[in-house]
Design a protein around this ligand. Structure first.
Ligand SMILES: *Cc1c(COP(=O)(O)O)cnc(C)c1O
Length: 474
């Protein structure tokens, strides 16, 4: 055990390790190359009886742990959606860990509660979220969406579900493209997966308002109680943006909660030119986005906004004797704004990031990612053997390898082989999605420090692997 007064003795080893990690990051394979079980086998089956020196722990960090890491902060991490970070965010996390505060109520750290309130206001103003909404930090978008659906459930049952259990006739709606977290939330909320209705999408993968309206109408006539509609601003597969004004109007007309899942694309709302994505949201009820995806703040940090915070707090509040405090009603006890009682001090890293970057600095970075993506999509479009499946949007391009004279089936196999070989070679990491049975590649350019040279190298690598595969195919 290390005494607290000796913190500084090893701290330089740790910061040196981190600096070296950053310096060698571009040389490491982006996707971990280890076989399943390889790390587990190297860890003893019991904890040590006596304490070990920090030196040997650090050695094993390099020897065992590092090869088993996929490097999310590598500039050529183009898979899934990013979970980007920044030096500022890392500094703040170190200090958060040092203070180790558990920020469940105002009294357990007033600075955490009040900084959180301010940070949510800063983002709200920068992003064009309606002024009378209130925000709270949650761990993930999955939790925030669960919170939205639970609040909707209580609103529509007049708080009966909390009291007596969930009636069997509630219904929740999302599109066929929305994230799996909605299905998970509906299961956890006791509404039942059968009562999640997936509404068809148009050719741009956006929820069809006419189909939603007809479904709600029909359900009400059949005795169901429509509870919540979840729309997406940026779907996971293809970053489609559902038509918020039309759907908000339908929800308002039927008195159904409207939750907007902008987990990924929400960060782009700090750019005025993208605020059209949430036009009409004044009529909606709740909104979530993840600064931990594309806003330089390391995982986890989710911003959840709600129009009627009283409804939210009434859904979640509990008041055991030991939590009754004098300040109730004057300040926010965020314990009542979500699921866990205990809460990390997540506002601190947002504060570090937003102050050190400034709004302009964050906007410049995002715009640069968008420019790099536009460039990448142009290369794809101009190349003979590749095609775009959708117009590029934000920092996302959907494309595939398409040499002449191949059947759709052969193209699917070829693109699958392409992703696997690219990822195995380790210079970049890509993932795929399916559009109408076509296996397509997703390119996301969102790592904080990515530059043109990285995207150029990625494109060269993709073409080189494709050429290799094509020779084999012929
Ligand atoms: C990433 C994502 C989620 C899930 O986010 P978590 O914070 O990991 O729970 C939900 N919805 C969309 C649209 C996403 O992109």
């Amino acid at each position: 055990m290390i005494d607290r007064k000796d913190f500084h003795r090893h701290a330089p080893d740790i910061t040196k390790w981190i600096q070296q990690y950053f310096d060698q990051l571009e040389e490491l394979p982006v996707k971990s190359q280890v076989a399943p079980g390889a790390i587990y086998k190297q860890i003893p089956d019991q904890m040590p009886q006596s304490g070990e020196p920090l030196e040997s722990i650090l050695q094993d960090m390099d020897r065992i742990i590092l090869p088993g890491m996929t490097h999310w902060q590598h500039p050529n991490f183009h898979a899934y959606f990013p979970a980007n970070s920044s030096v500022e965010s890392v500094y703040a996390e170190m200090m958060t860990a040092a203070m180790g505060a558990q920020c469940m109520i105002w009294e357990t750290s007033p600075a955490a509660a009040e900084l959180e309130e301010r940070m949510m206001e800063w983002l709200q103003r920068a992003m064009g979220i309606p002024k009378d909404w209130e925000g709270v930090i949650q761990d993930t978008a999955s939790s925030a969406t669960l919170v939205a659906i639970l609040t909707a459930r209580e609103k529509v049952t007049n708080f009966e579900a909390n009291e007596n259990g969930v009636p069997p006739n509630l219904r929740v709606y999302c599109s066929t493209q929305t994230h799996s977290s909605i299905e998970k939330a509906v299961k956890i909320a006791g509404i039942g997966r059968k009562n999640l209705v997936k509404i068809p999408v148009d050719e741009q993968m956006r929820m069809r308002p006419d189909a939603l309206d007809a479904q709600i109408q029909q359900d009400m006539e059949s005795g169901y109680l429509p509870c919540c509609v979840v729309t997406a601003v940026g779907t996971t597969g293809t970053v489609a943006v559902d038509p918020i004004p039309e759907i908000s109007a339908i929800c308002a007309r039927h008195n159904v909660w409207h939750h907007i899942d902008a987990a990924y694309a929400g960060s782009a709302l700090i750019l005025p030119e993208y605020q059209w994505m949430i036009e009409g949201m004044e009529q909606a009820d709740s909104f979530v986005f993840n600064p931990h995806k594309w806003l330089f703040t390391n995982f986890d940090c989710t911003a959840y906004y709600v129009k009627d915070a009283d409804m939210l707090v009434r859904t979640f509040d509990i008041l055991p004797e030991y939590l009754k405090t004098r300040t109730r009603g004057q300040v926010n006890d965020y314990r009542d704004w979500g699921i866990p009682l205990g809460r990390r001090f997540r506002a601190l890293k947002l504060w570090f990031v937003m102050r050190s970057f400034g709004l302009k600095g964050m906007q410049e970075r995002l715009r640069q990612h968008i420019v790099l993506n536009t460039q990448f999509a142009e290369w794809v479009e101009q190349s003979e053997n590749f095609e775009l499946l959708l117009p590029p949007f934000l920092n996302f391009t959907c494309f595939r390898f398409r040499p002449d004279g191949q059947t759709e089936e052969a193209l699917n196999a070829l693109n699958q082989a392409l992703v696997e070989r690219v990822n195995q070679r380790g210079k970049l990491f890509l993932t795929h999605t399916k559009i109408e049975d076509r296996y397509v590649l997703r390119m996301v350019i969102g790592q904080t420090y990515v530059e043109a040279r990285h995207v150029e190298a990625a494109w060269a690598e993709i073409r080189s692997v494709a050429a290799e595969l094509n020779l084999h195919a012929q």
